[in-house]
Design a binder for this molecule. Structure first.
Ligand SMILES: [Mg+2]
Length: 252
């Protein structure tokens, strides 16, 4: 049986609003015992916060272990590939918890790593401290590089904007973890003991969700409830396996 790998924002909900058909689709997967994992570039929420957000929106039977975030993938990637554990971190609860779970220590200077995730309270001195640490030799790891963050019909700066600023300042490229980069998929597959050919990626964003699957030759379903529309497919030349207007179309 295939495992659905489902995006959150723009696919399950949009900020604090439900997306039509999303709850019905998740109910259907649960009733049919079809496995699924929520895969999100959003590094700000912990698993529990992500679960509570969905329960508040009326989704049923959502569990902590249903979520895999770019924060978790970044922490596991660094823990697997390197032995040092001192990090300087720009990020919110989701990234802090993920790093603590992997045994990282949080330091101000002489860090082995600088992790950069979305931090809506970060300021000039925090970005400058990240730059100092990177210029002193810390590995620079970006949870995700989303340009923009949809926020109630408008767009705020996404984590990619902060990452780009630090790359520009340091002239050092980050290691990029989140969709569409393959690290998040590789870590997910290892953690959940999955096979690429058994996955179906579902998401609204051609440049992240669909590009990840397209590059990895995994089946993808684009749902036109978020950032991209069918018209964007040819413009971006990133091709989903199929394209739907509402997740109810997947209920059989
Ligand atoms: Mg999305």
């Amino acid at each position: 049986m295939k495992t659905y790998i489902i995006d959150l924002d723009g696919t399950m909900y949009s900020g604090n609003k439900n997306i039509d058909g999303a709850r019905e689709f998740v109910n259907y997967l649960q009733e049919k015992n079809i496995p699924y994992i929520f895969l999100t570039n959003n590094a700000t929420r912990t698993k529990k916060q992500a679960k509570d957000h969905m329960l508040n929106l009326g989704f049923k039977n959502i569990k902590n272990e249903d979520f895999f975030t770019s924060a978790i993938a970044a922490a596991k990637y660094a823990a697997k590939n390197f032995t040092k554990r001192d990090c300087f971190t720009i990020g919110e609860d989701g990234l802090i918890e993920a790093l603590a779970d992997e045994g990282f220590n949080f330091v101000q200077e002489a860090a082995d790593f600088v992790f950069v995730g979305l931090d809506r309270k970060a300021d000039y001195s925090k970005y400058s401290d990240a730059i100092h640490n990177i210029l002193s030799g810390a590995k620079f790891i970006a949870t995700n590089t989303d340009r923009l963050l949809p926020n109630n019909g408008k767009f705020d700066a996404g984590n990619g904007s902060a990452v780009a600023m630090i790359e520009y300042a340091t002239n050092i490229q980050s290691i990029k973890v989140g969709k569409p980069y393959p690290i998040i998929l590789d870590i997910l597959i290892t953690e959940y003991n999955l096979k690429k050919e058994d996955l179906i990626l579902v998401g609204d964003n051609l440049e992240t969700d669909i590009k990840l699957g397209y590059d990895a030759k995994i089946e993808t379903i684009m749902v036109c409830t978020g950032v991209h529309t069918k018209d964007d497919v040819e413009r971006l030349k990133i091709y989903p396996t199929s394209c739907i207007n509402n997740l109810k179309e997947l209920i059989k």
